[in-house]
Design a protein around this ligand. Structure first.
Ligand SMILES: [Zn+2]
Length: 753
């Protein structure tokens, strides 16, 4: 398998609506992948429809994107981001809502009054931004506000009035609660209990707020565009109004409907207003049609609301699909359940009906995920021509998710062509092609082959890897061998079998070293043992991946001064494809060590340009020799080491090596250690001060290196210069001085991986 380079992208500047439930993907990835794989204007299929942005980007890149979406909320997000109402429609819709009468008051004033609190400092009545709750209590314990009259802001204990107000609203809760589930399911519906359970994730005040606003939505005489705009703002309030907002440690991306022990209740009127800016930033201008209406060749989006299985044979007849793209789905019980609820609130029971199953299901495990994915891949297999490429992004990767996706695709006849993995925080980039139409033999899994594959990766890497990386190396081997799932085996059994196999391969083999504080195989990091195994010669491990990355970046900047970050990534990723993809943190650690940034352009620091470094290196070597002479040592060069030897007279006619210096201009500390042939207590590795941060960064992410570095004496150029200047220097003071030069802890808050 020829592993492809990772395609670099950009984190979106604005996370967009409902971003905590939408796959976290980078921008400019799909538009970079498509052109070499599908001619402009051709049809591209997204069978999952999980990422509105991905679909939009493909359409903007000039493709006709057919997308199947069965979640009404995702569909709405897609339509809205492709074709949002104008900012004036948003403003007008909110203004129309604000002035509706509620009794004697305007609705805006009434809804804002729900959040009134008193400023602790100036004692004026103001709006709380949020109230803080403890799970199970009937009143908030604190409030957060920013007083517009005085400077006071932040978290304050709730007042008696705050608590009484919350309880007063709760007294009428029953009515609003039953009204809000009747919009989702009928009273006699057997799914009613599930809707009720989902609504348990709303406190009385937000529920009152939302039902009040939603009731008005039907009565307002709005243009279709304004109604869409208002629905979009209400949708964000629906999400802001639930209890899934942990405080203070916010669970950023909830997957389950669990009420946190402490949570934040947002001021929903403020959220409605904030929704306005979130939506109007989403951009515009793409044709969106509903299947089977066609879209122009210059690109656009064709939405099929429903399941792939119902679409498959129609597409096969009418539309030649050039490529498949998509964010591979992972289970999200919280979002799916809430989507059903919100669809009912916004558009009524008929809108929920096709999606109602989402309310009912409570548990989604990876076997469920693999079974559902496999069904989708089987339909795709039927409708795609042989060899059609499928570019899948697997967000928030974890070993089980990757196993599930590869097993599902392989069992449906898709051949894995490439897998590029950066870190567990980035989407994995997968490339499949639709395989041959023949009954493929499933093979028994071969533990030895898995071990070999993992060891090969670790040796190639030259440093320990995360469990996810070694798991991926094992999975690739099993995929190639068609050994992920046996014929007639359930997915549940297949996934468990694969996991057990890979973990057993690792834990029962002396070729692997586990760096972990925990017992579990899937924690910490795994490295290749450098000890000689039973009967096998010790593997030759070359420069570590991080050392090679350092060299590549510096070489690139020597040749290409003033490059922007993306150009550096573009050069780097093809050199380190597949599982070797360098992390952003690693790239930045090298850049901040060697280079400075002017606006967005990086160039080597003057002292790190090759000529300057070479001159300085020679100066330092000369100083080692000079200091040695003063301490009555002779200096001799032996390969890359500079040795201090006692004079023959001192040793009774025999000279002895007391120190071995290794002078580095880089942070290639692993190489320095392997090229220092003297024991650690004699060796001194000399590095430029500017490299110290990079050395400690490398040691932090590589436990094997950390262990080796610890026993060596590292000294900075600066110290040697100081010693060179000291008028009186003895062997004792020299020892004291070098022992007092600790490798600096990296000062800045560096990203770990
Ligand atoms: Zn105040």
């Amino acid at each position: 398998m020829d592993l492809q380079p990772y395609i670099p992208g950009l984190s979106p500047a604005d996370p967009g609506p409902l971003s905590r439930f939408i796959p976290p993907l980078e921008e400019n990835v799909i538009s970079a992948w498509l052109p070499p794989h599908a001619p402009a204007g051709s049809w591209v299929l997204d069978p999952f429809g999980f990422s509105p942005r991905l679909v939009l980007e493909a359409a903007r890149a000039g493709y006709r994107v057919l997308v199947t979406v069965n979640n009404p909320i995702t569909r709405f997000l897609l339509e809205m981001s492709a074709n949002p109402p104008s900012e004036s429609d948003f403003k007008a819709a909110l203004a129309d809502l604000a002035v509706v009468k509620k009794g004697e008051e305007r609705l805006a004033a009434h809804l804002q009054s729900l959040y009134i609190t008193v400023c602790e400092k100036c004692e004026k009545e103001i709006q709380a931004e949020s109230f803080l709750w403890r799970k199970g209590e009937d009143a908030p314990y604190a409030r957060i506000y920013k007083c517009p009259h005085c400077e006071d802001s932040g978290e304050h204990a709730a007042t008696q009035d705050d608590m009484d107000r919350a309880k007063r609203i709760a007294a009428t809760d029953g009515l609003h609660r039953s009204r809000s589930f009747e919009r989702v399911v009928e009273l006699k519906d057997e799914d009613r209990v599930y809707a009720e359970e989902a609504i348990e994730h709303y406190l009385p005040r937000p529920l009152y707020f939302l039902t009040t606003v939603i009731n008005r939505l039907d009565g307002l005489k709005l243009t279709p565009e304004r109604k869409r705009a208002l629905s979009a703002m209400i949708l964000l309030a629906c999400d802001a109004g639930n209890t899934l907002w942990g405080y203070p440690s916010e669970r950023l991306r909830p997957k389950q409907l669990n009420i946190p022990n402490q949570f934040r209740e947002h001021n929903l009127w403020m959220m409605l207003e904030r929704g306005l800016s979130l939506w109007t930033e989403t951009g515009s201008g793409v044709v969106v049609e509903a299947w089977p209406r066609k879209i122009p060749e210059i690109g656009g989006i064709c939405i099929y609301e429903g399941r792939l299985k119902d679409l498959a044979h129609e597409v096969k007849k009418e539309i030649p699909i050039a490529a498949v793209v998509g964010s591979v789905p992972r289970p999200n019980q919280a979002f799916w359940t809430l989507s059903a609820l919100w669809a009912g609130w916004l558009w009524g029971r008929e809108a929920v009906e096709p999606y109602k199953v989402a309310l009912r299901r409570r548990r989604y495990d990876w076997a469920w995920n693999a079974t559902a994915l496999n069904a989708a891949f089987l339909h795709l297999f039927e409708l795609l021509p042989l060899g059609t490429p499928f570019f899948g992004l697997l967000p928030e990767p974890e070993p089980s998710f990757l196993t599930s996706a590869l097993t599902a695709a392989g069992a449906a006849g898709f051949d894995l062509q490439s897998l590029a993995l950066r870190t567990e925080h980035d989407p994995i980039q997968l490339l499949w092609t639709r395989g041959e139409h023949l009954k493929r033999e499933a093979n028994e899994s071969d533990m030895d082959a898995v071990r070999e594959a993992i060891q090969t990766h670790l040796i190639e890497r030259g440093e320990p890897a995360s469990y996810l990386h070694v798991h991926a190396a094992g999975l690739i081997e099993l995929t190639k061998a068609h050994a992920l799932k046996q014929k007639n085996q359930e997915f549940d059994e297949a996934l468990r079998g694969t996991q057990a196999l890979i973990q057993k391969a690792l834990s029962g083999d002396e070729r692997f070293v586990h760096y972990s504080t925990g017992e579990n195989v899937d924690t910490g990091m795994w490295g290749a043992s450098q000890e000689q195994g039973r009967g096998d010669p010790a593997p030759t491990i070359g420069d570590s991946l991080s050392d090679r990355i350092e060299v590549a970046i510096v070489t690139f900047l020597q040749k290409n001064p003033d490059s922007i970050y993306l150009e550096i990534e573009d050069d780097l990723y093809p050199r380190f494809p597949g599982l070797l993809t360098p992390s952003k943190a690693m790239i930045y650690a090298v850049l901040t060590s060697y280079a400075e940034k002017d606006k967005s352009r990086w160039r080597l620091r003057p002292e790190d340009v090759a000529n300057a470094r070479r001159t300085e290196l020679n100066t330092i070597i000369a100083m080692i020799e000079a200091v040695g002479t003063r301490l009555k040592y002779a200096t001799r060069k032996e390969e890359k080491n500079y040795l201090w030897e006692t004079l023959a007279a001192e040793g009774g006619g025999k000279s002895q090596v007391t120190k071995a210096f290794y002078v580095l201009a880089s942070a290639l500390i692993g190489r320095a250690i392997s090229e220092t042939t003297y024991p650690p207590e004699q060796a001194i590795i000399v590095i430029p001060g500017g490299r110290a941060g990079l050395v400690s960064y490398k040691a932090q992410r590589d436990p094997s290196l950390a262990a080796r570095v610890k026993s060596y004496q590292l000294v900075k150029y600066r110290l040697l210069r100081t010693l060179f200047e000291v008028p009186v220097l003895t062997r004792e003071t020299f020892e004291e001085q070098i022992a007092s030069d600790p490798l600096e802890k990296s000062k800045s808050q560096m990203m770990m991986f």
